[in-house]
Design a protein around this ligand. Structure first.
Ligand SMILES: Nc1ncnc2c1ncn2[C@@H]1O[C@H](COP(=O)(O)OP(=O)(O)OP(=O)(O)O)[C@@H](O)[C@H]1O
Ligand code: SF4
Ligand SMILES: [Mg+2]
Length: 339
């Protein structure tokens, strides 16, 4: 993994091929105008404040951060479901805005999204068979017979019996519905799945099953994913690399074992300390107060009002990821290792 100013370049060994990365974000910002009161006054929410990253086939990356830190906004931009206020998102080196119809079809085939709520992400009037077959019709050249065969293969891949094929979503459990959603996302043989809180609505046992399934599929198919989660144990179980977001910026990135067991940024450490299930190897750092408003982010390091290590410089200057080391970049002047 290498980095540029405030720009983690997430990639593992598999991305060292000639092709450009599958997805690249360069200094992406996204502001939203929100109505702030009944009289119609507007305010500007800075949801993303300069995010750069790149994802290649086979990368298994976790994206973590408190609620409101901008994770879903980033996912929507990466999937071309929304447009950045500034900065660019590229698919195979070409900005989406300049991609022709052929390139866009290739994008929809190679990058797939799995939503948080499996039941609401499936059309209630479509049987399981039709839900999984739909992307095969639009994104592949398979004839009907081949599509039917592929649907059965996919169901087998996500360990569901073919007896479920004629069922409607309401006749499935949450875990079964999420497996159907994963089968549908896998149908066009993507290189990258983007999963935004895809297991958080499921109970712990079903979560564990889905996570095992994802890891197995990643091994079997060489599939990569961007896994957005609040639960750091889930990220630890499934991801090779981790990105940590705070108030619209990436503040730390690196190998999952390193970031989750030897965090350099005080914010990451505080997030870890809020998770009783992970092993503690350093002194606790409390996560003080609430996240600040993205309408008026703090100056300098946005974490400074809550950081127990903050010094004067932190309120005035913006630390970038370059201030950390190249393998484990961290946007902090006084990282935990140096303190
Ligand atoms: N369409 C929108 N209009 C206005 N503000 C928005 C919109 N979408 C997101 N925001 C704001 O942008 C910020 C980031 O939201 P986002 O949904 O990306 O956070 P998140 O990290 O995914 O949070 P969570 O963990 O709760 O899902 C929040 O302050 C949110 O209120
Ligand atoms: S730069 Fe300063 S305020 Fe920000 S995380 Fe580091 S020590 Fe804390
Ligand atoms: Mg979200």
């Amino acid at each position: 993994m290498t980095s540029s100013p405030n720009a983690p370049i997430v990639s593992n060994a598999s991305s060292a091929v000639e092709q450009p990365p599958l997805l690249t974000a360069r200094e992406v910002r996204r502001d939203f105008d929100q109505r702030s009161n009944w009289f119609g006054a507007r305010r500007r929410v800075q949801a993303l404040r300069g995010v750069s990253l790149s994802l290649s086939s086979g990368d298994r990356v976790g994206l973590i951060g408190e609620s409101g830190s901008g994770k879903s906004t980033l996912v929507r931009l990466l999937l071309d479901l929304d447009t950045p206020t500034s900065g660019t998102i590229n698919f195979l080196g070409t900005p989406y805005s300049e991609s022709d119809a052929k390139r866009r079809r290739e994008f929809r085939q190679r990058v797939q999204l799995v939503f948080q709520d499996p039941l609401s992400s499936l059309n209630p009037r479509r049987r399981v068979r039709d839900a999984i077959e739909a992307p095969l019709e639009t994104l592949t050249d398979l004839d009907q017979h081949a599509r039917r065969e592929r649907v059965e293969e996919l169901l087998d891949l996500v360990r569901l019996p073919t007896t479920l094929l004629e069922r409607f979503p309401r006749e499935l459990s949450g875990g079964q519905a999420q497996r159907v959603a994963i089968a549908r996302a896998l149908a066009p043989k993507p290189d990258l799945l983007v999963l935004d809180e895809a297991v958080s609505s499921l109970d712990v046992c079903v979560q564990a099953e889905i996570l095992r399934l994802l890891s197995t599929l990643a091994e079997q198919l060489g599939l990569g994913y961007l896994f957005v989660a609040h639960d750091l144990a889930v990220v630890e179980a499934t991801c090779d690399e981790v990105l940590v977001m705070y108030l619209g910026r990436i503040v730390e990135s690196g190998p999952a074992g390193e970031v989750l067991h030897r965090p350099a940024h005080p914010y990451t450490k505080a997030l870890l300390d809020a998770m009783p299930s992970l092993e503690r190897i350093q002194k606790r750092v409390p996560l003080l107060g609430e996240p600040p408003s993205p309408v008026n982010p703090p100056t300098g390091c946005a974490f400074h009002p809550r950081c127990s290590l903050a010094k004067e410089r932190c309120a005035n200057e913006l630390p970038t990821l370059n201030d950390g080391d190249a393998r484990h970049p961290c946007a902090c002047y006084y990282t935990l290792e140096s303190s």
